[in-house]
Ligand binder design. Structure first.
Ligand code: 13P
Ligand code: SF4
Length: 314
């Protein structure tokens, strides 16, 4: 109870600071419930990029991981972009560096590079276009030629390869949170909940994706759960999404194939005290050197032009 009161006081303090600075709080669906509850917008990577591009707030507080705040800074260079916990990185994004990508491009002259938004600004700057899990197939289909190099997620690359006529050359990166979900765990969950629909994120392994009824981005999962007549779902992504799934569908039941593994430690690094600290000091700020920013912005803007700039989750 004392902890609840403390959380409520801290949340009120954060909202006062937000108003004082004219800030907007953007929150990814894997964040802690108490952080999601403070978001002006809670969504997937595409929705958050759109919000960052469209927002007229002077301060954007990004509750997510580093590449997400960096994308906001790339798209809105005149705004203050805060990442409450600077060490909240994405290990998969770190699996490709700009130097390695430049070397690979030399081996594959003329092959367009599509980079998952889970990548650094420097990698985006070396890429032709970005994508998120929601628009990846649409983006790959939009680039010229019959082959693309896709970085850094091998599982998403594999999934796109099953949905496009193009050859998708995959970088060997992966997200441990998703890659650790096994087919055996999904099959067991199906046996235990035979009426449940299985929805998984395309960062899961091919054999897990093959078992799914639906392969969706995080916001796609929310849309499916709201619109479907099904009452039970098996959810193959990070457990933070259960906060919105259960809030939006109190009468439905959501199961995780392995709740211990379906946890992104980096997403959980943002806490109420850190968010308050960031808004009190307007630090830590995320900035991108201008020559890199300009090139990375081209890759992100191309994606937004293809999949729609409209702010929101649809
Ligand atoms: P979404 O774009 O589906 O939100 O995914 C982001 C992410 O980091 C998945 O691990
Ligand atoms: Fe990165 Fe995976 Fe965490 Fe998403 S869930 S931020 S891909 S480590």
């Amino acid at each position: 109870m004392a902890q609840d009161t403390q959380q409520a006081e801290l949340s009120r303090h954060i909202l006062e600071l937000k108003r004082k600075h004219g800030a907007v709080i953007l929150v990814h669906l894997y964040q802690r419930p108490e952080i999601q509850d403070l978001g002006d917008f809670v969504g997937d990577s595409l929705g958050l990029s759109r919000q960052a591009a469209a927002s007229d707030a002077g301060v954007i507080v990004f509750c997510g991981v580093h590449f997400m705040a960096e994308s906001a800074a790339i798209l809105s260079p005149d705004k203050i972009v805060l990442l409450p916990e600077l060490r909240a990185g994405c290990p998969m994004a770190d699996m490709v560096t700009a130097e390695d990508l430049i070397a690979k491009k030399r081996e594959l002259p003329g092959v367009p590079v599509v980079c998952y938004v889970n990548s650094s600004a420097a990698v985006k700057a070396e890429s032709d276009i970005c994508c998120t899990s929601r628009n990846a197939v649409q983006v790959v289909d939009s680039v010229p030629g019959d082959t693309v190099l896709f970085v850094p997620d091998r599982n998403l690359a594999n999934y796109i390869g099953t949905k496009t006529n193009k050859k998708v050359i995959a970088w060997d990166g992966f997200c441990a949170t998703h890659d650790n979900i096994t087919a055996a765990e999904v099959l067991r969950a199906r046996r235990e909940h035979p009426d449940a629909l299985v929805m998984v994120h395309p960062e899961c392994r091919p054999e897990v994706v093959a078992l799914a009824d639906h392969v969706l981005s995080t916001s796609g999962m929310l849309r499916l759960a709201r619109g479907s007549a099904a009452r039970e779902f098996i959810v193959g992504t990070e457990q933070g999404i259960l906060h919105q799934l259960t809030r939006q569908n109190p009468e439905k039941v959501f199961h995780l194939p392995n709740s211990k593994k379906q946890y992104c430690p980096n997403m959980k690094k943002t806490t109420l005290p850190k968010l308050a600290w960031a808004l009190e000091r307007l630090e830590p700020r995320i900035t991108v050197p201008e020559p890199v920013r300009v090139r990375a912005a081209t890759a992100l803007e191309r994606m937004l032009a293809i999949s729609g700039k409209r702010a929101g989750n649809d």
